[in-house]
Design a protein around this ligand. Structure first.
Ligand SMILES: Nc1nc2c(ncn2[C@@H]2O[C@H](COP(=O)(O)OP(=O)(O)O)[C@@H](O)[C@H]2O)c(=O)[nH]1
Ligand SMILES: [Mg+2]
Length: 327
């Protein structure tokens, strides 16, 4: 057990142990993940939490599918799910339209988006799912929005650089708290207890083309840069959109691993997506449950010291490594 875990982590861990259903377990694990300190000594713990979360997410998804709660749940696809949220008119739908082939309604008047709409965004050789949602602040859609936000890998708060983005983010965080979703990177509100979903969040500062955008971006950064990655873009003019997928991939905290059978070429078409800091053993388990036990060693191309380095189960993989398992 690594030292220096904060009290909030210990409390969440206690809740995890006492949790009766999958969603409560998930909420507790996600909070543990979000509040744990990150350094070499916690890498193992971090990876362990990520894989527990991944497993429970699958279980939760299966349950949701059988419960047929259509519309309240967007099936995760690709390397991760990023939910766009925020005040009305900030350009959430425009972003989805600019980055994916989905065709949401974009309009000059607020409250046009009434349902959640997913689309797939390309990043290099993978796809990341973006989900457009109705704006925060409407009572009627709060249950819908809450369940979608809680299932997200990352929540992207979209703010409008032509207005007062700092205020908008502050307001959005208040609304998210009403949905019992809080940023893992900020100290929690004392009044919030139990059933809290701590999430990784980023801010997408949209409309960088608008007059006054530079000044508004500076004050947004002053206020929030220590808590969130802030990505400035213009969804209509395209500014910053080429860098956005890579930044969002980084925020997802995952790696791509390509597999290779002995004597054959690596399958470079479909990387396996794993939590960052995953080991060869965890990769084997992800690919085939029985694989890990039987595995004797693996050969890794990419991050190894040598090209084709023989490694054991405990070897930590890097993004874009190629792995060949030997049983
Ligand atoms: N100037 C500017 N306008 C934008 C940008 N993105 C969206 N808009 C406009 O902002 C309004 C609201 O956009 P929409 O995507 O419907 O916002 P949503 O309510 O957050 O989904 C529309 O009139 C868009 O054309 C941008 O990058 N720059
Ligand atoms: Mg919209």
């Amino acid at each position: 057990m690594p030292a220096n875990l904060p009290p909030r982590y210990i409390a969440a861990e206690q809740r995890y142990r006492e949790a009766k259903d999958v969603d409560d377990k998930l909420a507790a694990l996600q909070e543990m993940l979000a509040v744990m300190p990150r350094h070499k000594g916690t890498d193992k713990l971090h990876a362990g939490l990520r894989s527990k979360i991944a497993k429970l997410n699958q279980e939760s998804e299966r349950k949701a599918a059988t419960a047929k709660r259509a519309g309240f749940f967007i099936r995760r696809e690709g390397a991760g799910q990023i939910v766009l949220t925020g005040a009305p008119n900030t350009g959430k739908s425009q972003l989805l339209a600019a980055l994916t082939s989905a065709t949401p309604e974009v309009a000059m008047y607020p409250y046009t988006t009434q349902v959640a709409l997913p689309g797939m965004m390309r990043f290099e050789d993978i796809q990341i799912q973006l989900v457009d949602t109705p704006p925060l602040g409407q009572k009627g859609v709060r249950p819908l929005i809450s369940s979608i936000l809680r299932a997200a890998d990352i929540i992207a708060i979209v703010a409008d650089l032509s207005g007062d983005p700092s205020w908008e983010v502050e307001w959005a965080l208040g609304e998210l708290a009403e949905c019992r979703v809080i940023p893992g990177s900020m100290p929690p509100d004392e009044e919030l207890t139990g059933g809290i979903y701590a999430k990784d969040m980023v801010i997408i500062a949209n409309k960088s083309d608008a007059p006054g955008a530079d000044r508004n971006l500076r004050s947004l950064r002053l206020k929030y840069e220590t808590f969130f990655p802030i990505l400035a873009v213009s969804a209509t003019q395209g500014e910053g959109l080429d860098r956005l997928p890579g930044k969002l991939f980084e925020a997802l905290d995952v790696i791509r691993v390509y597999t290779k059978a002995p004597g054959q070429k690596a399958d470079m078409n479909e990387p396996v997506i794993l939590p960052r800091e995953s080991t060869v053993g965890e990769a084997a388990e992800e690919i085939h449950k029985d694989f890990k036990k039987g595995m004797k060693y693996a050969v890794v191309w990419g991050s190894g010291k040598y090209n084709a380095q023989t490694v054991s189960k405990t070897h930590t993989l890097q993004d874009q490594d190629i792995v060949e398992f030997h049983v």
